[in-house]
Design a binder for this molecule. Sequence first.
Ligand SMILES: [Zn+2]
Length: 384
Amino acid sequence: MKVLLLLFTITVASAIKRFDGEQVLRIFPKDERQLQELVKLEMTEARLDFWKRPGGLSRPVDVRVPKDLLTHMKKLLGNTGIQYTVMIDDLQQLINNQTSTLKGDIFDEYNNYEELQNFAHEYPSLTTLFNIGSTYEGRDIKAIRVGAPGTNKVAVFLEGQIHSREWIVSATLLYNIKFLLEDYGLVEHITELMNKVDFYFVPVTNPDGYIYTMNHVSYRFICAKGGSSNYPCADTYHGPRAFSEVETQSLSEWVKAKGQNIKAYLAVHSYSQLWMSPYGWTSEVPKDYDDLQSLAKKAVSALAAVHGTKFDHGSIPRLLYIASGGSIDWAYNVAGIKYSYAIELRDTGRYGFILPADQIEPSAEEFYAALKVVAEHIAKEFST
Ligand SMILES: [Zn+2]
């Protein structure tokens, strides 16, 4: 079977890129042979940008196709009998529609990294702002503890936005910090919860990529450290990923050293609307599988009750494919954190990574409902 042969061009990540006429295709492999075709394409054609990788037959594959490859790509899919639909018709147009709203208040629009510090300073008695490590380019990775003062508290750890184009993640987490802080003292069960539970938020785990994307028009597609690699868009893979880079290393060291009270570890990503449990590296299930699933089920049903948004829950291989070295496998196995989950926020593909800013608030509200369920559960199971 033929594979696209357009590999002789060296792709250089340019700072400002436009996406005129580019499309995102949603592809439906129907058997193992078609799946392997797509896997081969991903390996060999660096200019195809896989938003959702080929992994199994149960989930579609989303891929951004440069304009000059479109005809060829569609022909190839047609020749091999692989079904697809056009998910985004003109990417630049979609981006244009949104960059026009990319201004203003942090909680109305996609936010800015520097705002994190200011925000924590507004509630000094309920927050501690600290650096959890530093990045490849030497930036601090900001973390915020949110909770009432106290000892022997259990904690939820939220790892946000390792992949820079998943902007909805840090926006959602920032909103959740705000919700907790504003509800304390006003909403009785939140006050009680924050007396028992600390929340460690790392809204942006990879600020290099985040600031880079913030400062460029082509924000959500430019890669964190692009330029030298054949695969400059390494964060194509938006599933759970190994602690291999400096940023994730910093996080893992902190969690290991100081995280004995952490009973839930939420690695938050987008998009797909999934609430996934370990393991990722094998289809075997861990000993806490039933407890993990039972809490996941409660979390996603609380989430759905807010705006009707449906999240699937299950182990990573059941929902996606076997993905080794993910942070939640590490959190569960090495750090010993029982309730470790990888979460993919909105949407299921209508906008993908170009989620409109008016979905930030509903995304945050529904996530808050799920977060409360998780926090309440660990308080009940582990508090002494
Ligand atoms: Zn991701």
